[in-house]
Design a protein around this ligand. Structure first.
Ligand SMILES: [Zn+2]
Length: 401
């Protein structure tokens, strides 16, 4: 996960100095202590909403600026100059679907594009860039060559089935490669489970409660009377879930649906994730697969044992199923500080060659850490013009100022 100017991977709470395991844990404890002071929590909730609104405004201004620049002659002359050698733009997609927001019970912010927009985006990439894979990068580096000029790598996180049903046919039609990062524990399961962010959204969509209190987050009841209030509640719940240790997350989710009075059907996730047969078919036709862990935990929040298990087991499963090396990795909720140097070392030690974050930017052969390559987010609200601007002038469109 996840995308959108209001999405959660972009709006994680910044925990200063959180470069080791105990920092996020202390943050979780701090939240617990604050739970004795309703005023503090209420204020924190309002601040979070305000930050979201401010960031949305900033993102819109940047998009307008970039769209205006894109149409200028000066911009076109700049584009004609070969100034982007030895860099790669790595696009971060999640889902490609054709559904309306109101009819969709899961995390709509994860829909990166409709089928039609995705096709338009790929046509632009095909016509103006050199679409490559991580394997191409590795071959260039092994041969001592520079990275391919105007390189773009198309990536998808999580392994939703629409990558096969919606994105893959368009990728084949245009003969373009892509890399899909799988949370291997969700692939091909006989009783598949929802990702936790989809569970949070699903229950919030279906609850008939007009308010709810989650003591772990706030003693102040949360109003759920309107769609907008539910949307804000989801945002803040997911933000909180990403800031606490895995155990706290698990225990919160265990009672979440019950607190909202929602019964989640046992077959709710049927057909939601890729199967191994679909993965193998795509692998035989130009699609590469990398790891997104086994269960999609935030790797800076797990024990060293679970960190190793998530990284090593996912690689082993991918290689057993596909019979080829898995060389790329994507950190779940991959903004700093959700991965750290210990996590990067674990990924490198496991034998991965590259890892991508969810930090926004373009990867530079000279300066980029091969285990923290930035990406360009693709959001469903991007117009094709904004998408083009994002690729051509990525510095103008970073979500964070
Ligand atoms: Zn993810």
């Amino acid at each position: 996960m996840e995308s959108g100017s209001t999405s959660l991977e972009q709006n994680l709470p910044v925990m200063e100095g959180a470069t080791c395991y105990d920092a996020p844990i202390k943050s979780g404890l701090r939240s617990a202590r604050q739970s004795d002071e309703g005023q503090v929590r209420d204020s924190s909730w309002r601040s979070s909403v305000l930050r979201t609104v401010v960031r949305m405004g900033q993102a819109i201004s940047k998009r307008r600026l970039a769209s205006a620049l894109l149409g200028s002659r000066l911009a076109q002359r700049m584009w004609a100059r070969p100034v982007w050698t030895d860099t790669v733009r790595i696009l971060a997609y999640h889902r490609v679907l054709d559904v309306g927001k109101r009819a969709f019970p899961f995390d709509h912010d994860l829909i990166s594009a409709s089928s039609a927009l995705f096709r338009d985006q790929l046509r632009f990439i095909r016509d103006h860039f050199n679409v490559i894979s991580f394997e191409d990068l590795a071959r260039a580096e092994e041969a001592g060559r520079p990275w391919p000029d105007h390189g773009v790598i198309i990536t998808f996180d999580d392994g939703y089935r629409d990558n096969y049903s919606h994105a893959y046919p368009i990728l084949r039609e245009l003969n373009l490669p892509a890399t899909i990062f799988l949370a291997t524990g969700h692939i091909g399961q006989s009783a598949p489970s929802l990702f936790w962010w989809d569970l949070v959204n699903y229950c919030m969509t279906h609850t008939s409660h007009e308010s709810v209190t989650f003591d772990e987050i706030s003693s102040v009841p949360i109003s759920l009377k309107t769609r907008r209030k539910k949307h804000i509640a989801v945002h803040n719940i997911l933000t909180w879930l990403k800031s606490v240790p895995e155990e706290s997350k698990r225990s919160f989710l265990a009672t979440y649906s019950e607190k909202l009075g929602v019964s989640v059907p046992s077959d709710i996730a049927d057909g939601m994730h890729l199967t191994w047969d679909e993965v193998r078919e795509m692998a035989a036709n130009g699609i590469s697969f990398g790891s997104h862990t086994v269960t999609h935990p935030i790797l800076a929040r797990v024990t060293p044992e679970q960190l190793t298990r998530e990284v090593v087991e996912s690689k082993r499963t991918l290689e057993q199923e596909l019979n080829k090396p898995a060389i790329s990795f994507s950190y779940p909720v991959g903004d700093s500080p959700n991965f750290n140097q210990m996590v990067e070392k674990c990924v490198a030690d496991a034998g991965f060659r590259y890892a991508v974050s969810y930090e926004e930017g373009i990867a530079d052969a000279q300066i980029s850490d091969r285990y923290a390559l930035p990406r360009l987010h693709v959001e469903s609200h991007d117009t094709i013009r904004e998408f083009k601007a994002k690729l051509m002038y990525p510095g103008l469109l970073l979500s964070r100022l």
